[in-house]
Design a protein around this ligand. Sequence first.
Ligand code: TYM
Length: 375
Amino acid sequence: MAVVTPWEVSGEINYQRLVREFGTKEIGPALLEKISSFSKNKLHPMLRRNFFFSHRDLDLVLNDYQSGKGFFLYTGRGPSGKMHIGHLIPFIFTKWLQEQFDVNLYIQITDDEKFLVKRQANWNDVEAYSKDNILDILAIGFDPEKTFVFRDSEYIRHMYPLVLDTAKRTTFSTAKAVFGFKNETNIGWIFYPSVQVVPTFFEKKRCLIPCAIDQDNYWRIQRDIAEPMGFKKASAIHSKFLPPLTGPQGKMSASDADTAVWLTDDEKTVKKKINKYAFSGGQATVEEHRDKGGNPDVDVSFQWLKILFEDDDKKLQKIENDYRSGKLLTGELKSILIEKINSFLSVHAKKREKAEKKTEKFMYSGKLAEKMWAK
Ligand code: TYM
């Protein structure tokens, strides 16, 4: 049985079933057409290829944009360790949204959450990971005047009245039903969801949250209480999960080093990991593969190219055709991926180095940051 919560994702995920169970909607052609009609560039590959596949009230966000009411973006990261490439996905997509719609963006760094949820976490580690993760996030390249990055432990004073109001309106039985809390769950963790809900109230406009579907539980709580509190119900746009190297099921996880590629992995490590662990849809022998062809639908290297590393539809299609027909071997497919990941990581490393100097602006002195601290 598949499990999808903010803290655990495992098993074979049936995304259509999740949409039904969570009560979200699939992103269909009409909505894609509408996004396309407003955006400056061609639709992002993650939309074209149905990786961002589900939503809540995205149509209302677009209506608000069209009528001039506008909207804002909100996303976040829990600094539980170094970041892997899966963690970057919502940020890459959010950057595209900010570029298309030219809107404010709030990025929450939930140091409190990770301290509370991870049994072994100590505060010094969480602080160090927060600083480290912020560099990876800023390397993506958001608009410094329209983006505010904040750590909960630092910014909490400004959020606290709304956090309290949120907590007061959320009963333990609701929190238990939505998150599966148990008697053994520490009380800080039980309180925490009210902190993740509050950035949706940073502006009176509608809030659009890009994230993987594991974060949706929070927005269900938000949508129950937002209107009585005088705010709009949050909208969300959900992605699927980048699969772990070891197979097409579950999500790439930070807890198993072999299933993930870290943003700091060097070229040799990437090559070794992909060659050794990337689950293959190919046949057992070269002869058999040439004869029967491979299966790109389960091949993790192909899936990674499709989700993140090959933007060009024509090139991707050729790789898919050649793999299916047996012309392209698993080793060759892996080589294409290895090269793509390594060039992505080398560019990322350079941007990350430059991000160090930009932290101040995004967190404290940019136009939006200053406004938020002055509140
Ligand atoms: P965290 O740090 O677990 O994950 C950060 C973001 O990455 C998404 N994600 C993935 N996306 C694709 N493939 C994967 N394998 C994968 N693994 C993780 C997550 O959905 C998330 O969007 N509590 C949050 C931090 C947070 C937040 C938010 C996230 C605070 N406010 C608002 C989204 C929106 C957390 O621990 O995320």
